[in-house]
Design a protein around this ligand. Structure first.
Ligand SMILES: Cc1cc2nc3c(=O)[nH]c(=O)nc-3n(C[C@H](O)[C@H](O)[C@H](O)COP(=O)(O)O)c2cc1C
Length: 207
């Protein structure tokens, strides 16, 4: 059973966890986490989704290569530039993301939330029918002491990933969430811009 965890406390202490151990996660815990995820919302409660649990080392190794390629292209080669930018990522975040990119396959369980019939969608709000449930997944994992990160850097290889996961042609993976018991770091409050910079009353820019 997970430790009792106040909902608001969980909301304030669930950062991305990118240093994960390879210790296995029991099946019933994975099931419990997914059971909490699917309680999340979808438009009209259509639940046009699938949740693919990946543990197969061969599949993980292939997709981890795609991910590392995506990381290197977008971030790895730009390390100096990103770290020199005061608005950019902190060195700690960069190093953690770099670590995940190089150790992704070690996370014992991966979850791909998938939207069915979504591959050609033009709906800009498409993700709203699954990302609420994805956040529930990450919070349920947190309740079990399991860390996670919502990731997408494999996405340039969506067709190959679709084939590896045996998905229909019109399905779209919405993320890859590596799950694992944290190997380093803590359940700290995520840093965000101050509320007064982003919350407005009645009209945009009215504090
Ligand atoms: C759409 C989306 C895509 C993301 N893709 C990645 C990714 O590919 N790799 C990664 O390490 N983090 C990824 N993240 C995680 C964000 O970097 C993270 O949520 C953000 O830095 C805040 O982290 P914090 O909650 O630990 O403060 C993604 C988040 C979102 C919402």
């Amino acid at each position: 059973m997970p430790e009792p965890l106040d909902v608001l406390e969980a909301l304030h202490s669930t950062p991305a966890r990118r240093y994960l151990s390879d210790a296995p996660i029991p099946d019933e815990i994975v099931r419990d986490i997914l059971d909490a995820a699917v309680r999340g919302p979808s438009g009209g409660n259509t639940q046009r989704w699938a949740w693919i649990v990946v543990r197969d080392p061969e599949v993980k190794a292939k997709i981890a290569e795609f991910y590392l390629e995506g990381w290197d292209k977008a971030y790895g080669v730009n390390r100096e530039k990103i770290l020199a930018d005061p608005e950019g990522m902190s060195a700690a975040s960069f190093n953690a993301a770099d670590h995940l990119a190089n150790h992704l396959a070690e996370a014992p369980v991966w979850i791909f939330p998938v939207l069915l019939g979504a591959a050609k969608s033009q709906n800009p709000r498409l993700g709203s029918s699954i990302y609420g449930a994805v956040q529930q997944l990450m919070l349920a994992a947190r309740a079990h002491g399991i860390g996670s990160t919502l990731t997408t850097l494999y996405m340039a290889h969506e067709p190959e990933v679709r084939t590896l996961l045996g998905l229909p042609d019109d399905a779209l993976t919405m993320a890859l969430i590596p799950l694992g018991y944290p190997a380093k770091g803590r359940w700290a409050q995520p840093k965000r811009r101050p509320l007064d910079e982003v919350v407005f009353f009645e009209k945009f820019k009215t504090p």
